[in-house]
Design a protein. Structure first.
Length: 155
């Protein structure tokens, strides 16, 4: 009888420990999710602030006030969080429109360069060198001077 009581006691203890472990892991998962969402939000705000400043300093047109990266949280079938990103342009009347298929090749190239600079600034730490993987050969004449201005900013 003593053997059965000990075995029962061990099984009950194991079950309680397992339940508490599951509860703790659920709390940890929720805390981690909250922290990741907060971190993501802070980084997106920093990226968009830098992007706004760069766009206003560099872009000489009158049609687009600034650009931003918008992120939307999507939940997949596996209940994992993922984000969809899109670049929007803010017009002078504070209307946001997707940049895709609505801007010139020069505006698109400028946006790509500025987004990469903003990302490097936020995630690159104190690194003072940035290498962009696309040449600027397809920029129009006005955008070449903007590219030169960006290059002079790093000097």
């Amino acid at each position: 009888m003593k053997q059965a009581e000990k075995l029962y006691h061990d099984v009950v203890v194991d079950r309680i420990v397992m339940q508490e472990t599951i509860t703790d892991l659920e709390k940890y998962t929720q805390c981690l999710d909250t922290s990741i969402i907060k971190f993501h939000s802070e980084k997106m705000t920093a990226i968009n602030n830098i992007l706004d400043g760069l766009w206003r300093r560099v872009y000489r047109g009158n049609d687009i006030q600034t650009i931003r990266i918008k992120s939307e949280c999507v939940t997949s079938a596996e209940k994992r969080k993922a984000y969809d990103y899109r670049v929007v342009m803010v017009l002078n009347n504070d209307v946001e429109l997707d940049m895709r298929d609505r801007c010139s090749a020069g505006q698109k190239m400028l946006a790509c360069i500025l987004i990469r600079i903003a990302l490097a600034d936020v995630f690159g730490g104190m690194c003072s060198i940035i290498a962009l993987d696309e040449p600027t050969t397809n920029l129009d004449a006005a955008k070449v001077s903007i590219s030169a201005f960006l290059h002079s900013m790093n000097s």
